[in-house]
Design a protein around this ligand. Structure first.
Ligand SMILES: Cc1cc2nc3c(=O)[nH]c(=O)nc-3n(C[C@H](O)[C@H](O)[C@H](O)COP(=O)(O)OP(=O)(O)OC[C@H]3O[C@@H](n4cnc5c(N)ncnc54)[C@H](O)[C@@H]3O)c2cc1C
Length: 655
């Protein structure tokens, strides 16, 4: 049914893949290859980050933490960012070229991995990300909080208790060891990376008790104990600002914005294939160049919520399914993609991006009302607004379909005290005011929206994927923590725990890993291929053609998002999924034609990745006829029927 896309970068460019590498035992050859490797890598480094110089590395960790100047707790704003980036990037050196660990993504997962690799193991890191600011990521937008541990004995909180909560939310589909790792390692990783005033990590100003100075722990739906630390309704913002500032200030971390990874570089020897780096598009110049990463490549490039028409994920080249697409093109395993979590309450303003209205609003008494003002939540579940998230999402979805003439679902908390509301939800209040809406007075138009990708690139407990040299963490990865659905506030923690674990794994196996990758990298065939990649020039296109190809790519992306929403959304049917597969196959074919014409256009690259990810989600949903957690599928005859709720494996509220 599917036209399988070619797995390797170079095949797509109609060249041979990085050819089979043979270890050459001749000393002379080895020396030449090594020299060539140096030359090549220096060249490509200059072209990608023209501001980099060959300064020596300051003495870093592994003995000397004193060389690190960054005061924990500093944050970045837009003005200081370009200066900091230039400073951060100016310290590139020969050592980095020989030992680089490439991190893709500036969210919590990428920054955690980069900081632990650089600070704990002294590994030079290059961190690339698609946005302009490192805070251009889902992590920035997290509203609720991050799981910690409630150390008050009265709370009864423990790793066992958290583990049970996560597994219940995951509809029995979680990988037990993965959940246990999160539950046991979580608190110490939070202290190491986010509550660490003494080091190069971050010191995030979470909410603290005014008198005791202790961290405030709040309770979220489906947690058996209050264990979530937070900052008002913008926890992701403070975490991201502090952790990206720490990464920017670390002398061993080069941060390169506006860089889109378009493909993974793989090399093959008689021992099998391995990832040796990535191809990166510099958005400013339109040039694509290879970045070689002898110490491994981490995809911390987020999820795929952005491939849906309605999504809480921020716009831009973010959450467009790059992680899954990059992995699939390199033949790397992905799992559980049918479990896309839909949030029931995203603000709906036509022609504007959706904006999350946190679950906490319903927790504080917000009502779901239809266009007549009637509160309808108990129609679909006795728990009303506090029913499990996927149940509420389906209730809202059905209510919207009932009335196609006018918007039919609103969230209303106007009965609560206005002053308290403004203090409790300051960011939401401010955002709504900018849209001429008032949290304290108005019923807010809402829709369900794609929110979180439970599946992703399959990894083990160290973040290793099925391709040696390639790692994944955060929303990009399927560690098995979430199973069929995600418990509130687990994803930031997962990003930190598993991102840091990737760095630990690389740090602890470094000499062996470097030996393997250098063997692959310094063979003549690999070097020749890399040089050819470096020398590829942007294809000349006339302006009219560029405009029309980009316009068409944008139209197709729009069509794709509509298709995913209509057929692979909150409620799925086999017939609807078949229709989606056909539509996506057509989009896929045209997307490849457009990419052939404009290989370095952000629009054509985004479309290709979104399309591959969409196809993978649709295929996974089609192959799994059992409703569980976030995947809800009914027969074609039934379409949607409330009775199906009973058959679905219950999934618990998530945030
Ligand atoms: C509105 C909202 C509220 C949320 N609330 C919470 C909450 O309260 N608690 C909680 O635990 N979780 C919450 N989540 C989920 C959580 O924020 C994310 O799952 C988590 O932050 C993902 O982190 P990450 O590091 O894996 O990816 P992200 O933070 O999404 O970062 C992805 C990075 O990859 C980069 N990238 C993507 N593709 C490419 C490419 N091809 N090349 C180069 N770079 C690329 C992007 O530029 C970005 O830097 C929320 C999510 C949203 C959207």
């Amino acid at each position: 049914m599917w036209k399988r896309s070619s797995s390797f970068l170079l095949r797509q460019r109609r060249q041979a893949p990085l050819s089979t590498s043979r270890v050459n035992s001749s000393l002379e050859n080895q020396t030449n290859q090594h020299a060539m490797g140096q030359w090549f890598m220096v060249q490509q480094q200059r072209s990608i980050t023209s501001f980099m110089t060959n300064n020596d590395w300051p003495n870093s960790r592994n003995g000397s933490s004193s060389s690190v100047q960054s005061p924990a707790g500093t944050t970045m704003d837009k003005n200081s960012f370009s200066t900091a980036t230039a400073l951060s990037s100016s310290s590139s050196s020969k050592r980095e070229l020989q030992q680089r660990f490439l991190v893709v993504g500036s969210g919590v997962a990428g920054c955690s991995a980069a900081l632990v690799a650089a600070e704990t193991y002294g590994i030079p890191v290059t961190l690339v990300y698609a946005g302009e600011l490192p805070t251009d990521c889902n992590s920035y937008w997290a509203q609720g909080g991050i799981i910690y541990r409630n150390y008050d004995p009265a709370s009864n909180d423990s790793a066992e208790l958290l583990s049970q909560d996560v597994q219940r939310a995951g509809a029995g589909l979680c990988v037990e060891e993965a959940v246990w790792k999160l539950a046991t390692e979580g608190p110490s990783r939070v202290r190491e990376l986010l509550l660490n005033p003494e080091s190069c990590f971050a010191d995030v100003p979470f909410q603290r008790n005014a008198e005791s100075g202790e961290l405030e722990c709040c309770l979220e739906a489906s947690h058996a104990a209050p264990r979530i630390i937070y900052k008002a309704d913008h926890t992701g913002k403070v975490i991201t600002q502090h952790i990206t500032a720490a990464a920017l200030q670390h002398p061993l971390i080069n941060i390169i914005p506006n860089s889109i990874v378009t493909n993974l570089l793989t090399s093959t020897s008689s021992d099998g294939s391995a990832c040796v780096g990535a191809m990166v598009l510099n958005k400013a110049t339109g040039e694509t160049s290879p970045i070689v990463a002898p110490n491994g490549t981490l995809l911390a490039s987020g999820g795929l919520g952005g491939i849906y028409k309605h999504s809480t994920n921020p716009m831009g080249f973010n959450a467009l399914g790059s992680s899954v697409a990059l992995a699939q093109r390199a033949g790397v395993n992905v799992t559980d993609l049918e479990y896309v979590q839909f949030h029931p309450t995203a603000l709906y303003i036509p022609n504007e991006n959706r904006y999350l209205l946190t679950e906490a609003l319903r927790g504080e008494g917000a009502k779901l009302r239809d266009a007549t003002g009637r509160a309808f939540a108990t129609d679909f579940d006795p728990q009303g607004e506090l029913a499990p998230r996927d149940v509420v999402a389906r209730g809202v979805y059905e209510k919207l379909l009932e009335n196609t003439e006018q918007h039919n679902v609103y969230l209303d908390i106007s009965h609560r005290d206005p002053t308290w509301l403004q203090q409790r939800f300051p960011s939401i209040h401010k955002y709504l005011r900018s849209k001429n809406l008032d949290l304290t007075k108005d019923a807010l138009p809402i829709t369900p929206a794609a929110h979180y990708t439970c599946g992703g690139i399959t990894t083990d407990l160290n973040g290793c994927t099925s391709l040696p040299g390639l790692y994944s963490a955060g929303e990009a990865a399927r560690t098995g923590v979430h199973g069929g659905n995600r418990l509130a506030s687990t994803s930031l923690l997962e990003g930190i725990v598993y991102g840091a674990s990737v760095a630990d794994y690389i740090g602890q196996h470094r000499s062996h890993l470097l030996e393997q990758s250098n063997t692959l990298l310094h063979t003549p065939s690999t070097q020749t291929e890399l040089l050819q990649l470096k020398q590829q020039k942007r294809q000349p296109s006339n302006t009219n053609q560029i405009v029309s190809v980009n316009k068409r790519a944008e139209e197709l992306l729009h069509q794709l998002k509509q298709c995913m929403w209509d057929h692979v959304g909150v409620v799925r049917t086999p017939k609807g999924l078949e229709q989606a597969m056909n539509e996506l196959t057509d989009i896929h074919d045209e997307a490849h034609e457009l990419l052939e014409i404009l290989p370095n256009s952000i629009a054509t690259i985004a479309l290709r990745d979104a399309c591959m990810a969409g196809q993978a989600v649709t295929q996974a949903a089609y192959s799994n006829r059992k409703s569980a957690g976030a995947h809800y599928i009914v027969t074609d005859e039934e379409e949607y029927d409330d009775d199906d709720e009973e058959d679905a494996v219950a999934a618990v509220v998530t945030n």
